[in-house]
Write a protein that binds this ligand. Structure first.
Ligand code: CLF
Ligand code: SF4
Length: 523
């Protein structure tokens, strides 16, 4: 079977899941949490689902809490240029394509420059609560610079949570320092738990002063990843696992990865699509290895439900990303601009602002709980649909169609509304006029959705969306997302029941390869 075209089917995935977990076969074809129970999506969990000390660590971390990602921001500083392994989806000339967008080179910072940048951003964006080191190489292959950055920042901004991302090879050597510095969140990229799979992903690692290749390299990496994960969880550090889904390579293996990391105490599992284009110059890009479609990614994520809790709101950030997930404010904080900015780190002002953010978040939470309760009461039909939502934060439908650089996707059925992913797009609106050439790519990105909920949409895209079978909906502008989505769904179900609308299944959607960035827009 060719790696470029083959992909494990949903039926195969269900069989695989039963084999790995020893589950009895289930009848019916429901996907997602309807099949696995609503509590399955861990990043959506709240204080009732975890110990108070764990909730305290995740409640305002935009990656570890799906709800928090609507309200709180993170930033990365690119202090870690080197790497100790080679992944077939990475070209070191560019950012780490695992935790950042490929094709845009980061500016590397010294720890001193990095700390100044963090303090400047924390003053300008008071809801920025997390500093992460996520490349452009490996945070722990550059442990000196990573820890120096954290040490300096701890002394000056104790309210900012520290976070790092690593391939895991060097992790066991650094767990003591991670704990000593109070780093509560560590992400390990684990793409396999079988060296026979791993050798198709990693051509070499640099280990024990030498380059190791082939299956032996994958075996060492796997053992170090598992050891590092066990050491972290034994000490109460929240460990998130990122896995890159590579069709034909590790797609049918992902359930085993999910179960293995759950057994070792991982807090979350983030299954991300491979980003692979020839122009990225990666091995996979040059050999035609494709990434998954939206349906393929969702099928694997759904098949993993019931194992380690899943994260579905990852944006595969740049190594110098700044802002809410899904927005990129890094252009406001270039080294030249930061050098000219004065640092005014006002902890009290940050706290006051964050109290306002928390009030908004609680209003969002209350609206969601109430809407979900109403939705569940209205059970009875077996309809299940996806809708796209244009939002610029605060958990509301508050973005114009033409200004959206991504759409959030929610799955709706009798059990309620669940966030299941996002789709990047290029802006339709280009400085005052609509760019009709963008419309087909936007439609492709949300082609699996029955409706798109927006604050406003122009006449031309409205007609085009309708022609493509996607209902443009302005009626819920500025409402909370789940409330709006479920209100639209109740209306849709009513129309279907009355015969005014014929419910049609939608097709697949395309996950955008290469991301929209402010830089790309400016170019
Ligand atoms: Fe950065 Fe990663 Fe920390 Fe988040 S990102 S180091 S855990 S602060 Fe988040 Fe970005 Fe996805 Fe990473 S959305 S790529 S999961
Ligand atoms: Fe690239 Fe990150 Fe893999 Fe290193 S660990 S090769 S930087 S993707």
């Amino acid at each position: 079977m060719s790696a470029t075209t083959a992909f494990v089917s949903l039926g195969d995935l269900r069989q695989r899941r039963r084999a790995v977990s020893g589950e009895a076969p289930v009848s019916g074809g429901r996907s997602s949490s309807a099949a696995a129970g609503r509590s399955g999506c861990g990043s959506a969990q709240g204080p009732q689902d975890m110990a108070p000390e764990v909730w305290e660590k995740v409640r305002n971390h935009p990656c570890y809490s799906e709800e928090a990602h609507h309200h709180y921001a993170r930033m990365h500083v690119a202090v870690a240029p080197a790497c100790n392994i080679q992944c077939n989806y990475c070209n070191r000339k560019y950012d780490c394509s695992n935790e950042s967008r490929p094709g845009v080179v980061s500016t590397r910072l010294t720890p001193e420059q990095a700390v100044k940048k963090v303090l400047v951003v924390a003053s300008a964006i008071p809801q920025m609560t997390v500093l992460g080191v996520a490349g452009p190489g490996d945070a722990l292959a550059n442990a000196g610079k990573t820890f120096e950055t954290f040490r300096r920042l701890r002394a000056q901004a104790p309210d900012i949570q520290l976070c790092l991302s690593t391939n895991g090879l060097a992790l066991p050597d650094h767990v003591d320092e991670i704990c000593a510095l109070g780093v509560d969140h560590v992400t390990i990229t684990i793409n396999m738990v079988d060296p026979a799979v791993g050798e198709k992903i990693y051509p070499w690692i640099f280990w024990d002063h030498r380059r190791v290749t082939g299956r032996e390299a994958a075996r060492i990496l796997h053992e170090r990843q598992m050891l590092g994960l066990e050491m972290l969880t034994a000490r109460g550090v929240l460990a998130k696992i990122n896995s890159v889904l590579i069709p034909g390579v590790n797609d049918d293996h992902m359930i085993e990865v999910n179960r293995a990391v759950k057994a070792r105490g991982a807090f979350l599992h983030n299954i991300m699509p491979l980003i692979s284009e020839p122009e990225h110059g990666t091995f996979f890009g040059l050999t035609g290895q494709r990434g998954p479609s939206a349906q393929e990614l969702k099928a694997v994520q759904d098949a993993c439900m019931g194992g380690a809790n899943l994260m579905r709101h990852c944006r595969q950030c740049r190594a110098d990303a700044v802002g809410l997930l899904g927005e990129d404010r890094s252009e406001e904080f270039t080294p030249e601009r930061v050098a000219q900015m004065e640092v005014v780190y006002d902890l009290e002002r940050r706290r006051t602002y964050q109290q306002e953010v928390e009030a908004q978040r609680q209003a969002h939470h209350a609206a969601t709980v109430s809407a979900q309760a109403g939705g569940a009461k209205d059970a009875g039909q077996e309809l299940q649909v996806l809708v796209a939502v244009a939002t610029k934060g605060h958990g509301k439908v508050n973005q114009h169609f033409g200004h959206a650089s991504e759409f959030q996707v929610y799955e709706l059925d009798a059990a309620g509304a669940r966030f299941v992913g996002h789709r990047r797009v290029d802006h339709y609106c280009q400085g005052g006029w609509g760019e009709d050439e963008q419309l087909p790519s936007i439609v492709q990105a949300i082609n699996d959705c029955h409706a798109v909920l927006v604050a406003k949409v122009g006449a031309c895209p409205r007609d085009e969306l309708r022609a493509a079978g996607i209902e443009p909906v302005e009626a819920y502008a500025h409402d909370f997302i789940e409330q709006a989505a479920l209100a639209w769904f109740a209306d849709y179900r009513g129309r279907v029941a009355r015969g005014e609308t014929v419910h049609q299944p939608r097709g697949d959607a395309r996950i955008r390869q290469g991301a929209f960035t402010n830089r790309a827009q400016a170019a």
